[in-house]
Design a protein around this ligand. Structure first.
Ligand code: RB5
Length: 151
């Protein structure tokens, strides 16, 4: 199950991605917003991030005008590694090396076809673990306030 959410700047892109994912038989849980009335991005960021962090959904997709605000907000939730992408390469590597669990994009930055390519790249791969696990574990320690290594 993929959680999806957006602010008012990205409702149109959210609907396009949701329809496209559902056509591919991917289950999507939509946390809104559902129209074009102003909707502060931290609200949907928090709902989607919580659904992922608590295991209700495996992954999340968050969209706002740039993808920036919504990714910053999502990354404040414990256990979330959200990436803001505007091309497929970073999306793919963010999963393989950084074990990202939320993909963020900007509806004012990418068109719907590019956004689909970015989602495809992100969903097609898995976290590689190995040397990357040690680094992701360090991020988790920073989050927990137990990181005491000095590089
Ligand atoms: C809304 O105008 C805009 O600020 C928001 O969608 C997003 O781009 C913030 O990062």
């Amino acid at each position: 199950m993929i959680a999806i959410g957006c602010d008012h700047a990205a409702t149109c892109l959210k609907e396009a991605l949701k329809t496209w994912l559902q056509e591919q038989k991917v289950d999507v849980l939509d946390f809104g917003t559902f129209g074009t009335a102003k909707a502060d991005y931290p609200v949907s960021a928090y709902k989607v991030a919580k659904a992922v962090a608590e295991g209700q959904c495996e992954k999340g997709i968050l969209l706002c005008g740039t993808g920036v605000g919504i990714s910053i907000a999502a990354n404040k939730v414990k256990g979330i590694r959200a990436v803001c992408c505007s091309e497929p390469y970073s999306a793919q590597l963010s999963k393989m090396h950084n074990d990202t669990n939320i993909l963020c994009m900007g509806a004012r930055v990418v068109g719907s076809e590019l956004a689909k390519m970015i989602v495809m790249a992100w969903l097609a791969v898995d976290f590689e673990g190995g040397r990357h696990k040690k680094r992701v574990d360090m991020i988790t320690k920073i989050e927990a306030g137990t990181f005491d290594e000095i590089a």
